[in-house]
Design a protein around this ligand. Structure first.
Ligand code: ADP
Ligand code: ASP
Ligand code: MG
Length: 417
């Protein structure tokens, strides 16, 4: 079996869905499981629905109306005069969502979040499944929540691998073409959970692992994995082949083309991952597999914008040693600040963090009781894998101030402001 994943950008409108069908016609669609994300920026729109529900109830209806319109326009573009039954499906999902929001008593933000955002993927896969049927294809719509089983950690749920594997094998069996949702799962009480933003790549890897798939292909709006994000860098080159380890490193440092959790399950079973362009399905793309680190072996650039640099120094010139460091890490964990880079000297300690959950002010307040604290917000963390002297020179000369620099054999990192 082959696993394909199509992200939001590939199905952002009716022509996008038509193109998805063309891709499947070109590369074949028998013995295939297709994982699809929410259409376009639907997950962001659903996040606004949740925000309105908790904080600005007057906006709620407007947000829902706009999102429904967006989906109905796509339905119209695909099914034309045969739209009615699919439009009814869309109305049905929005009815369900309304009912949930009206009757929900749970104050838990993360719980509500997962119940609501999951509609993005339910809507997209339902519309695309119906469009497959219109082509005369026999397609099976699988509710991912029936097989992706997780714990109760809403918004970043952890997988129950044993149970999930068994359920996927049972539910996907006997179908030539399966369409299912990325990103979503359910817990032991059958409440919907999600795997974290951008988690559909990871879903594809989970399905592939359970099915011992021959490969996974993620279809993107880029020719494959490039040696830098083309939205940030002018001249980028296609990486034809990358080892699993290198891909994990690139994803970890922030190359957002692959979700970092995707690689581990694939690597365990040595299932190759292809990253290809949905605009050019017969293009070469990138193969992530066992073997060569990188082909071509060139520097790879990754930028994480809007990070925070915190510099701590001891108030009384005492050393910053194990005890203090473990206290600092304890706080960073408690305040949910992913650590990107650290550097320490005898009496100072610098850490570059991601203020993902907006808890920086709380953290700084606590730190000030024990240290001198300097905070620099909106810094860029710049990483170069397989750097050369020339690559490092170009960073030093790009007009930004270097606040911190660190190097290992393969990786150079800079905090720039
Ligand atoms: P999806 O539609 O699957 O959600 P994403 O938008 O998450 O796709 O990922 C594709 C985007 O990733 C590209 O448009 C590109 O801007 C960005 N990107 C970041 N780093 C890289 C890289 N190294 N190579 C290719 N694309 C990259
Ligand atoms: N729709 C989800 C998101 O936008 C999951 C994904 O696209 O991978 O985060
Ligand atoms: Mg994405």
């Amino acid at each position: 079996m082959k696993v394909f994943k199509f992200g939001g950008a590939s199905v952002k409108d009716a022509p996008g869905v038509k193109n998805l069908v063309r891709v499947l016609q070109t590369v074949g669609h028998s013995d295939t499981l297709v994982v699809v994300s929410a259409m376009g920026k639907t997950t962001n729109a659903l996040e606004r629905v949740i925000e309105a529900y908790f904080e600005n109830i007057e906006r709620l209806n407007q947000e829902l109306v706009e999102l429904k319109e967006f989906h109905l326009t796509i339905v119209k573009g695909l099914f034309e005069e045969q739209s009615a039954p699919v439009a009814a499906d869309v109305h049905g999902f929005f009815e369900e969502l309304h009912t949930f929001l009206k009757t929900n008593k749970a104050p838990n933000y993360s719980f509500v979040y997962d119940q609501v955002v999951s509609y993005g993927e339910l809507l997209s896969t339902t519309i695309i499944h119906r469009y497959f049927e219109l082509q005369g294809w026999k397609s099976y719509w699988l509710d991912a929540r029936e097989c992706i089983k997780t714990d109760d950690y809403y918004r970043a749920a952890n997988l129950d691998w044993e149970l999930t594997q068994d359920l996927i094998k049972t539910k996907a069996k006997g179908h030539q073409l399966v369409i299912t949702q990325g990103f979503i799962g359910s817990n032991s009480n059958n409440f919907t959970t999600t795997l974290g933003r951008e988690g559909s790549d990871y879903s594809a890897a989970i399905f592939a692992y359970a099915l011992n798939a021959e490969s996974v292909t993620i279809w993107k709006d880029v020719p494959g994995v490039l040696n830098g994000d083309p939205r940030v860098f002018k001249h980028t080159e296609l990486l034809r082949q990358i080892s699993y380890r290198e891909a994990i490193e690139l994803a970890f440092y922030g190359a957002s083309v692959i979700h970092p959790k995707t690689l581990q399950p694939l690597q365990r079973k040595e299932i190759p991952l292809y990253v290809k362009s949905f605009e050019n399905p017969e293009g070469e793309g990138t193969a992530v597999a066992k073997g060569k680190t990188l082909d071509p072996l060139i520097p790879c650039y990754i930028v994480k914008k809007d990070q925070v640099l915190i510099r701590l120094s001891s108030i009384d010139f005492s050393f910053i040693v194990e005890e203090n460091i473990s206290y600092i890490f304890g706080l960073l964990h408690e305040y949910q600040m992913p650590v990107e880079l650290i550097q320490n000297s005898a009496i100072s300690f610098s850490v570059c963090v991601n203020n993902k959950y907006k808890r920086l002010d709380e953290l700084v307040l606590v730190l000030r009781s024990r240290f001198n604290v300097e905070v620099k917000e909106q810094v860029d963390l710049f990483t170069v894998r397989h750097f050369t002297d020339q690559a490092l020179e170009s960073i030093r000369n790009n007009g930004k101030q270097i606040l911190l620099e660190q190097r290992t054999e393969e990786t150079a990192q800079f905090v720039l402001s």
